[in-house]
Structures are given as C-alpha cells and as structure tokens.
Design a binder for this molecule. Structure first.
Ligand code: NAD
Length: 480
C-alpha cells in the first residue's frame, strides 16, 4: 500500500461507525522506521533505572486514565467495560514489571576457559521491533510485547488491529515522556502488517493473532532472516474430574468459555466431563448460562457483550450449525440476541463428536461443547488430539490427578482449579501449532534480546596450541 487509505472503526454493540482512521502509507512507514532507528541509538544507552522510572510514570498515567481508556476499548471492541477496566490495570502492571526485571537481566558470567580470563554474555537489544496485535485485548497484548521490547532497549513500531486502533492511539498519546520515535503506531489491516514485516528497517517481529496469519508472518520473517515470535490461536480443553464441587466447576467452565464472548485466545472450547457427574454438570452449566446478562457492554450489569463483527459471529454459527446437523444436542443458546449488534447467546452443546468442526477448529465464540468420558486417560488423550496447544484447564482436588494432567497435557499453560489466570512473572505461549516463543516472565524479555559472548584474556601471549603443530625448531626437525 503506497497511499493512505481509510478504515471505519465500528461499535460492535450498535453496528455504527465510530470514526474513520487514516491508514499508514509506505512513505509514512519509511519515515517511522528512520525515526525508530534514531530513537534506538539514543535509548539503547539509557540506564536501566532511568528506563524503569519512565515505565513507572507511564503505568501511573495509564491507571489515571483507566476509565477513559476502558470506555474507548468498550466502544471499539465490545468487551464489557468492567473487563476493559481490568485490562488497563493489567497493562500498567506489565510496564511496572518489565521496568524492574530488565534491570536484573543484562547478562551473565559463564566460567572462562582459563583461570585468568573473563567470559561475559551481554544481552543486547535487537533494534526496531514490529509488534502486531489482534483486537480482543488491544492494550494488554500490546503491552506484553511493547513493555519487554522497550525495556530491553529496542525501538518499537506497533500495529494495532484495524478493528480496535483507538485505545492504542490514546495510549500512545499518554507516552509523551519516552524519546521521540521510540514507540510509534501504524494503522491499517493485513497489507500494512505485511508491509511492516517486510520493511528493511524492521529487525524483528512479535505477532499475536490467528494461526493462518501467523504462518504468513513467519514465512515473511524467515525470508528476511529476522526473528519472529508468534502467539497464535488455541482450542483449549477443560477437564472436569468427579471429585469436585459441580456448581463451582460448571461456573468456572462457563466463565472460561464465555469471557469476552468466548473471544480469548485461551477460551476453553472443549469440555471433557467424567461420566458420573456429566448430567449434573450439564444442568448446572445450563442454569448458570441462563442467569447471565447479555447486552450493552457499557452497562455494569452486563456479563457478555457482542462479538467483534459479523464474520466472527458467522463462524460460531457455522460451527454450532454443523454440530447440530450432525447430531449434537442444543442445551442452551444457539441463536443471536437482539436486533442490533453482533450478539450471540452463550451456547451449550452435548453429544458432540471429535470429528465435528466445533471440536477441532478454533470457534472463538461463547460455546460450551460437552463430552462425557470414562477415565482421566481418555480425557487427556482427547485433550491432546488437536494440533493446538495454547492452554488447558483441569478441575480436581486429587493431587495425583493434578500431577498427571500437569505432566501429560501438551499446552503452554495448564491451569488447575483457577481458569485463565495470567501472571506477568510466568511465561505465556503455545506448544504445537499455537505458536513459537514465549511472552511474559523472563523468557518474554529474552525474546527481545540478542546474546553477545565477550571473551577477554588480560595477558598478551602466544598460545601453545597455535602453529606450528609439529615439534619446535629447537628439536632441529622442522623443514620449512
Ligand atoms: P488476525 O490474525 O486476523 O490478525 C492479527 C493482526 O495481524 C491484526 O493486527 C491484523 O491486521 C494483522 N495482519 C493480518 N494479516 C497480516 C499479514 N499478512 N501480515 C502481518 N499482519 C497481518 O487475528 P485477529 O482476528 O485479529 O485475532 C484473533 C486471533 O488471535 C485468534 O486466532 C486468537 O486465538 C489469536 N490470539 C492469540 C493470542 C495468544 O497470545 N496466543 C492472544 C489473543 C488472540
């Protein structure tokens, strides 16, 4: 894309356009890459403490503007205001965390080869990092990349989703104390994302989004031989053992499936319930789902807001429709809600089969497909049966079962009795087809660092292993 285009940002609760944004052209991106390079030269030599202080000020500004940012996110993304308000505070916490741990992660000393020597491993920034994020957690997922990338000394060019650019733009306005050009935002859809990944001024890409787009980003980065961190989609399993409080497990399960209208990368999308409690679990889930408030995401009573757009809702309708056609049973929901907005009622299905799309592909909507299983081994085998491996949930009080699930489920995160709880201090990412690399924790910082080994010998002297390999001249045996 060489010219500026325009994109309409739509409120998913009303289907009305909120604002038209101007997209970034190739010339704009060239200028941004030049500014980023100059800012990087300045920023890489900032002391860690100075960076940390700027991060703490930024975190405090974000908290001071939490209501405003949450309202913008609610209008552009449809997530309930209360969840967006939480998101702003988690975003601030992420900047606080990386401001501090970056001071503690500048390298290490390996044992040298000889005792008088000094070996150092220095952690250096990569350069200009392109961060590309989706619409479901616009500020938080940006912070998971931007905070560690900047804390490691890089410059960042951030592309928010074309669906949700407005809160990101406001956040960037609040970041006025950072050096000019250190964090820049580019706007647009896939073409702008692709232009960014392929731009010669970009040294690394950190991407969160669907598996399909992630593959394209990975290929484009590989062609340029630049590193790519990929955080992709999931099809998370949720196992419910028969030793737990069924009401609690059912409520945890429904929440894990329906949070943000099921549009969380770690939404639980497949439920494996021990046969002995399955009927009671379905009944408890049904009554909980029927008690939830669906509607205006700005209303504080609202539990479930709209989906992001017609395309997202259409995918859910296709998955549910195919399952029902192939013999699944509808227990709750299964239809749209209201006259306007992309609402879809929380839906419970039973009688689903592993071959159904709703059990194989990412649905990304408020759907709870429930399968009865006879044993924990069967549940784990089913859990591992798809090519995704982002997260997994288990409900049990039995410590042996916890350990078994911890060891045998192939996923980047296994939550036991506390679904979907993120922790800045622990790595997050996918096994199998759910991604390459990790965010958060120390690994999330190291992702944005290059390692440089420096080997210092304080003595200038000839080493005994240099030429000549044969016996020396004193022996009188050398011929040349
Ligand atoms: P998406 O893949 O359609 O888009 C993600 C971002 O990539 C957007 O900013 C988009 O404009 C950009 N993009 C599109 N085509 C591109 C290209 N060819 N090159 C570069 N950038 C391009 O995803 P989405 O619909 O915005 O988000 C939903 C998906 O994100 C789901 O699959 C969800 O599971 C996943 N997700 C993953 C995580 C995680 O941490 N693993 C977190 C949240 C969401």
């Amino acid at each position: 894309m060489t010219d500026n285009g325009r994109l309409s940002v739509v409120n998913p609760a009303t289907e009305e356009s909120i604002e038209e944004i101007v997209t970034t052209s190739r010339e704009d991106l060239d200028r941004a890459a030049g500014k980023a390079r100059r800012a990087f030269a300045e920023w890489r030599s900032f002391a860690g403490l100075d960076r940390a202080e700027l991060f703490h000020e930024l975190a405090s500004d974000l908290r001071d503007h939490a209501d405003e940012l949450a309202e913008i996110m609610t209008r552009e993304g449809g997530k309930p205001f209360i969840e967006n308000h939480d998101e702003v505070t988690w975003t601030a916490a992420c900047f606080d965390y990386y401001g501090e741990i970056a001071r503690d992660n500048v390298g290490y000393l390996p044992a040298p080869i000889e005792p008088q020597q000094l070996a150092l491993v220095i952690k250096e920034p990569v350069g200009t990092v392109a961060c590309i994020v989706p619409w479901n957690y616009p500020l938080l997922l940006a912070a998971w990349k931007v905070a560690p990338a900047l804390a490691a000394g890089n410059a960042v060019i951030l592309k928010p989703s074309e669906q949700t650019p407005l809160a990101t733009r406001r956040m960037a306005e609040l970041i006025e104390d950072l050096p000019d050009g250190l964090l820049q935002i580019v706007y647009g859809a896939g073409e702008v994302g692709e232009m960014l990944v392929r731009h010669p001024g970009v040294d690394m890409v950190a991407f969160t989004g669907s598996q399909e787009t992630g593959r394209k980003v990975g290929v484009a980065a590989a062609e340029r031989l630049i590193p790519a961190n990929l955080e992709l989609g999931g099809k998370d399993p949720f196992i419910i053992c028969d030793d737990v409080d069924i009401e609690v497990a059912a409520q945890g399960a429904v929440w894990a499936a329906c949070l943000n209208a099921g549009q969380v990368c770690t939404s639980s999308e497949r439920f494996y319930v021990m046969k002995g409690i399955a009927d009671d679990f379905v009944e408890a889930s049904k009554s909980y789902v029927e008690s939830l408030h669906i509607g205006d995401p700005m209303d504080e009573r609202t539990d479930i807001g709209p989906m992001i757009n017609e395309e997202g809702r259409g995918k859910v309708e296709r998955h549910v429709g195919e399952a029902l056609q192939k013999g699944a049973k509808l227990v709750a929901g299964g239809e749209r809600y209201g006259e306007r907005g992309f609402f879809y009622k929380p839906t419970i299905l039973t009688g689903v089969e592993p071959s159904m799309t709703v059990m194989r592909d990412e649905t990304f909507g408020p759907v709870v497909p429930i399968v009865q299983v006879d044993t924990l081994d069967e549940a784990i085998e089913q859990a591992n049966s798809v090519p995704y491996g982002l997260g997994a949930n288990v409900y049990t009080q039995d410590f042996e079962k916890m350990l078994k699930c911890m060891r045998e489920i192939r996923a980047g995160t296994v939550w036991i009795n506390d679904p979907l709880t993120d922790n800045d201090a622990a790595p997050f990412g996918g096994q199998k087809g759910s991604g390459i690399g990790r965010e958060l924790g120390r690994e999330g910082l190291e992702a944005f660092q290059e390692s440089k080994h420096v080997h210092i010998d304080p003595k200038v002297e000839k080493k005994e292993w240099w030429y000549p390999y044969g016996p020396g001249e004193e022996s009188g045996q050398r011929t040349i």
